[in-house]
Design a protein around this ligand. Structure first.
Ligand code: KE4
Length: 427
């Protein structure tokens, strides 16, 4: 596929930006080929620098649940922009955002805004350590919580995509404080707590994994995490940066009826602008400066433009309650892939919940990092390029999640089912 303008932009970018990208997963390294550049996006469509129109199933890695450039979000940003871009003081939008989050996510009694999911999880881990006076942390292989040192260990997403789930540059002293366990394995969790009595500050988990592809927690697993943290005095942190407001208005915790001690948010709550947030029990959150001894800060935290965009997006979710519609769209795509693969006798797993799904080319049900890695990533790459050739853009990695938006309803989903069915037939 000829993308002369994207190719020339990429050649220039590679001179000045490492790998030509500002985030590694965009580089197409695991699927091969060169990334295209996007100059505009509307609804379910991306418009590339070479004026190709693509149906987008990355949704800017989650934020665009209403589709790109939604008029209500655009208008909210324009209104906020009339009054300036950043004040460095408290602003009214921050209060409205906090009230919305606390209302929609019952486990969050107090919340602090920041500028990325990485900041949110990094701060939540520091808070758990400050609150408990303990150092050790449990995470799960394949979970990706952003790129802070304590968490970039056996991580998913771009780290896994590029074969460096344990990044260089992390001091051994840091890494040894992070215990990595298999997801969906209650016995492994119990053994870790037994081997580290009174030392584990917290357990951080993507309650439904989205960074080795999409993997749901098995029945009872999250309840087990909750009970174990309560029994051992560890802080349970749900990283809902991806699943917050995506799986339901209250995230996975509302669906599974589990109350974590802290929750990390991002993506959707910024309406496409830089954002992160973490919140939860007031007795833990009140350990944060300026009230308590755990320091955390940010020049642009609570930025009025990001708050205005996020508030507009959350209000739209409250008004529309689109989750049943999103689940119908996700099921439609899942069923199209499953029936095409069945007709071809091609083993495939398509775990799906609402507007999140993944396509694993394997006969083994995918329940954790190890089984996700058994899927055929090379076949995924061929599938990815066949879809892209025919106008459907999937995440450029076998270890990411496909996202849908309300804008996919109608012609976009119908066309995508057609294209993906055709791509499966070619494999
Ligand atoms: P950011 O720092 O990228 O805003 O958020 C980090 C993060 C934290 N927690 C979860 C569950 C996440 O999925 C993420 C970021 N997600 C990836 C996509 N899998 C971001 C894409 C990228 O790195 O470019």
């Amino acid at each position: 596929m000829l993308n002369p303008i994207s190719d020339s932009l990429f050649a220039r970018a590679k001179q000045l930006i490492p790998g030509g990208v500002n985030s590694p997963v965009r580089a197409f390294r695991s699927v091969g080929g060169a990334p295209f550049f996007v100059k505009a996006a509307h609804g379910a469509t991306l418009i590339t620098a070479d004026d190709r129109e693509l149906i987008d199933f990355v949704c800017t890695w989650g934020p665009a649940i209403h589709g790109h450039n939604h008029p209500r979000i655009r208008a909210a940003i324009a209104t906020a922009l009339e009054s300036g871009t950043s004040f460095g003081t408290p602003n009214p939008y921050e209060v409205e955002m906090a009230e919305l989050i606390v209302r929609l996510v019952p486990s969050i009694r107090k919340v602090r805004m920041c500028n990325s999911g990485t900041e949110a999880t990094m701060s939540a881990v520091r808070l758990a350590r400050g609150f408990t006076g303990r150092d050790k942390l449990i995470k799960f292989s394949g979970c990706y919580h952003g790129h802070s040192d304590s968490l970039l260990i056996k991580a998913g997403s771009g780290a896994l995509t590029h074969g460096h789930p344990d990044s260089a540059g992390i001091p051994a002293a840091f890494a040894q404080e992070t215990i990595v366990l298999p997801f969906n394995d209650p016995a492994a969790l119990d053994a870790a707590f037994a081997a580290n009595p009174g030392k584990i500050a917290g357990v951080i988990v993507e309650p439904y994994m989205g960074n080795v592809g999409f993997i749901r927690a098995e029945p009872g697993y999250l309840l087990h995490l909750r009970a174990a943290c309560t029994a051992h005095g560890a802080v349970l942190i749900f990283d809902e940066v991806m699943t917050g407001f995506r799986i339901s208005a209250g995230g996975v915790q509302a669906v599974e009826k589990i109350e974590p001690d802290l929750t990390c948010l991002g993506k959707i709550i910024g309406g496409g602008l830089p954002v992160g947030a973490f919140g939860g029990r007031a007795d833990i959150m009140d350990q944060l400066a300026p009230l308590g001894p755990v320091y955390q800060a940010g020049t642009l935290s609570g930025n009025p433009l990001a708050m205005a965009a996020g508030i507009a997006g959350l209000r739209l979710l409250e008004e529309q309650d689109p989750y049943a519609r999103l689940d119908r769209l996700g099921s439609q795509l899942r069923d199209a892939v499953l029936s095409a693969a069945r007709a071809k006798g091609l083993p495939v797993q398509v775990p799906q919940f609402g507007s999140m799904l993944s396509i694993f080319f394997t006969s083994t049900p995918v329940r954790d990092y190890a089984t996700a890695l058994q899927a055929d990533a090379k076949l995924f790459a061929r599938f990815f390029h066949a879809c892209l050739r025919d106008g459907v853009y999937l995440p450029p990695s076998a270890y990411e999640t496909v996202f849908l938006s309300t804008a996919h309803e109608g012609s976009a989903i119908a066309r995508a089912c057609e294209v993906m069915t055709g791509a499966i037939k070619e494999l």
